[in-house]
Design a binder for this molecule. Structure first.
Ligand SMILES: Nc1ncnc2c1ncn2[C@@H]1O[C@H](COP(=O)(O)OP(=O)(O)OP(=O)(O)O)[C@@H](O)[C@H]1O
Length: 265
């Protein structure tokens, strides 16, 4: 068994999840009535305008926020228990690598905290560096790597303890389009190779459509799900698939959902 893994049942089961933040300007309804079931091995993207609750939903799954009401199970257990069982790796928009540590030492940090032996840390670090195509860069410092390579290193760090679930909050948002295309291809390959469940927040329609087996379209005030699209695209996805009729049709449906949920205020 890998960290936090279970063999059956959904990875995420959310029923009527609401989250209201009390603020000095009154309550903010970050999430309202979220119902969502995510099966093992899915690649699910969350897309929607700023403030629709994408990050809040990911943070609830990670037990970094607690819903105000509703039920949320991760690997069949309360999200808090799943966090303690190290059910997930989390990748943020900024790579968040410590500049005084080498790439390998950054990746090994969670393993150090978890008490893995030195030999095990080295073996795992080498394996995940290989998975993100950074073999040979472990001895470099973050500033010696491009932005795209740094983000791959942060994905490697999230993979290092082999959780079955990867939560990614706009990991490629700050990168230029060409680098982003390459990382999208690499992430699909990584997903196919590892079979992990991936939850991915993005503002980009092409990125969501290219990557996902399902796309969750969200809308703000209150943050809610307005559409869930099963992708008809094949597993094999060269970048040129973006010119196909199926791709364009899904992108169109996502855009329509975003437009319907947009209040223009
Ligand atoms: N800790 C907090 N306290 C008060 N309000 C919050 C807090 N965290 C989020 N919010 C509010 O909840 C709503 C949802 O925020 P969230 O960050 O989840 O949206 P998002 O869809 O991820 O946005 P973005 O695309 O800009 O990252 C927003 O109105 C936000 O201002």
């Amino acid at each position: 068994m890998t960290a936090g893994s279970v063999t059956t049942g959904p990875v995420v089961a959310a029923r009527g999840v609401d989250l209201t933040f009390p603020t000095s300007d009154g309550p903010v309804h970050a999430l309202k009535g979220v119902d969502l079931t995510i099966a093992r091995g899915e690649f699910v993207s969350f897309i929607g305008p700023s403030g629709c609750g994408k990050t809040t939903l990911l943070r609830c799954i990670a037990a970094l926020e607690a819903p105000t009401s509703g039920s949320l199970l991760v690997n069949g257990m309360p999200a808090d228990d799943a966090r303690r069982a190290r059910a997930y790796g989390y990748v943020f928009q900024a790579p968040g690598l410590y500049p005084w540590r080498t790439i390998a030492a950054n990746i090994a940090l969670p393993l150090e905290i978890m008490g893995f032996s030195r030999a095990e840390r080295q073996a795992r670090t080498a394996r995940v560096l290989d998975l993100v195509d950074l073999a040979g860069f472990g001895g470099k410092y973050p500033w010696q790597l491009s932005g795209g390579m740094q983000q791959r290193a942060s994905i490697a760090r999230a993979l290092s303890f082999d959780a079955d679930l990867l939560l990614m909050d706009e990991p490629f948002g700050a990168l230029d389009e060409i680098v982003r295309d390459r990382l999208n291809e690499a992430l699909r390959a990584l997903w196919a190779q590892t079979g992990k469940t991936m939850l991915f927040v993005t503002h980009s329609i092409p990125e969501a459509v290219y990557l996902s087996t399902r796309i969750v379209v969200m809308s703000p005030r209150p943050g809610r799900i307005i559409d869930i699209i099963d992708s008809p695209l094949p597993a094999e996805r060269p970048l040129e698939i973006r010119d196909s009729a199926d791709f364009i049709a899904v992108a169109h449906r996502v855009r329509e959902g975003l437009r319907a949920g947009h209040s223009y205020d």
